[in-house]
Design a protein around this ligand. Structure first.
Ligand SMILES: [Zn+2]
Length: 166
């Protein structure tokens, strides 16, 4: 994988420190506060999983697919929870394909802080759309305001597609 250079990620590191200070899991906070879906960037809820847009994405459309269970490992998830999680990853890929026509995807889980997990306490899949040439394209964009504006538009599009899947 070519590494995407994302200058706005430094804000993520800062916000993570803040979140750590008040010891709040942002995934659980999103799960427990459906009235705040817009500000928490939630796009979809399944019986055992939730899909949240990454506030500080590596690329446009970067989604986090998380089990509802607050767990640091795959071991503690039941077969039903695991099945729902991977089905929700598949659905996320299908929705992103319709919404953004990416050329490919990076999909993965970071387990443990050493592996780059920003929230090691609550396991989650990263689903990151990729476009030909995006590594050089992204490095040109350093205006975070442009990113956040398009995130609102992307969120509305994704919600609509998640609701009308099948
Ligand atoms: Zn959690």
């Amino acid at each position: 994988m070519e590494i995407l250079w994302s200058p706005w990620r430094s804000k993520y590191i800062e916000s993570f420190k803040e979140e750590k200070d008040n010891e709040q899991c942002f995934v659980c906070a999103a799960i427990e506060n459906p009235a705040e879906d817009a500000e928490r960037l939630v796009v979809y809820r399944s019986p055992f999983s939730i899909v949240i847009m990454n506030k500080y994405p590596y690329n446009a459309g970067h989604l986090l697919v998380c089990p509802l269970k607050h767990s640091a490992t795959l071991d503690s998830l039941s077969t039903d929870e695991l099945l729902d999680l991977i089905q929700t990853v598949r659905l996320s890929v299908n929705v992103l394909e319709k919404a953004m026509s990416p050329h490919g995807f990076n999909i993965g889980i970071n387990i443990g802080r050493v592996a780059g997990a920003g929230l090691p306490e609550h396991i989650h899949f990263h689903v990151i759309p990729r476009w030909n040439g995006d590594t050089s394209f992204i490095s040109v964009i350093s205006d975070t305001k442009v990113i956040s504006q398009s995130m609102e538009e992307i969120r509305n599009k994704l919600i609509d597609l998640f609701q009308h899947h099948d």
